[in-house]
Write a protein that binds this ligand. Structure first.
Ligand code: GLN
Length: 196
């Protein structure tokens, strides 16, 4: 089977790190900015950054609606941190006008861990990831407040949900792309392969 082509939504955030991690996990990775480019990819990563900015730029670039439709139609997507927020059906404390793409039946709280700690690292055990915990890098990270019946909880940190999957959509509160450990990207590449 040919190598899957996975886009990284390149409006704002740590795009480059995801491109590197995806390439290391045996995908062809490319930045995606324009709606036409959605036709050329088998899967998409939404990076960490600032969800309010990603939301604004997605509107500006005419990406919000096409992306919402592609995700609803089954495009495999992986969101980290701000990307997780963009995949939520509902944000508890949205900035005015902040819209998400949807994809996971969950309610998220932005900057949830940020109140105690701006940024920290912790080992996180993720269901389906072998060979021990991953290094979770949390940067003004959200957590998942609640999930619908279709959502699989893959990891928790101190009693809060930090990794979830619903069908072809995966999301983590933390940033595996910053660690050099590509196991979660490899899991996503497998999801993309299985969806083709
Ligand atoms: N707090 C940011 C937001 O609301 C997310 C931070 C991150 O992606 N590291 O988008």
């Amino acid at each position: 089977m040919s190598t899957p082509v996975i886009g990284v939504l390149a409006l704002q955030g740590d795009v480059r790190e995801h491109l590197i991690a995806l390439a290391a996990a045996d995908a062809v990775a490319r930045p995606v900015r324009r709606p036409e480019e959605l036709a050329e990819i088998d899967g998409l990563v939404i990076p960490g950054g600032e969800s309010t900015t990603i939301s604004k730029l997605a509107d500006l670039f005419g990406m919000a609606e096409p992306l919402r439709e592609r995700i609803a139609a089954g495009l495999p997507v992986y969101g980290t941190c701000a990307g997780l927020i963009m995949l939520a059906e509902k944000i508890l404390d949205p900035r005015s006008g902040q819209e998400t793409f949807g994809g996971i039946d969950m309610i998220v709280r932005r900057n949830a861990f940020g109140r105690q700690n701006e940024s920290f690292e912790a080992g996180v055990t993720v269901a389906g990831i072998e060979d021990g915990p991953v290094e979770g890098v949390f940067i003004r990270a959200p957590w998942v407040e609640s999930v619908g019946a279709e959502v699989e909880i893959l990891a928790e940190h101190e009693g809060h949900i930090v990794a979830v999957r619903q069908g072809r959509v995966l999301a983590t509160s933390f940033h595996p792309e910053l660690t050099g450990d590509h196991r979660i990207h490899a899991l996503f590449v497998d999801m993309v392969r299985a969806a083709r």
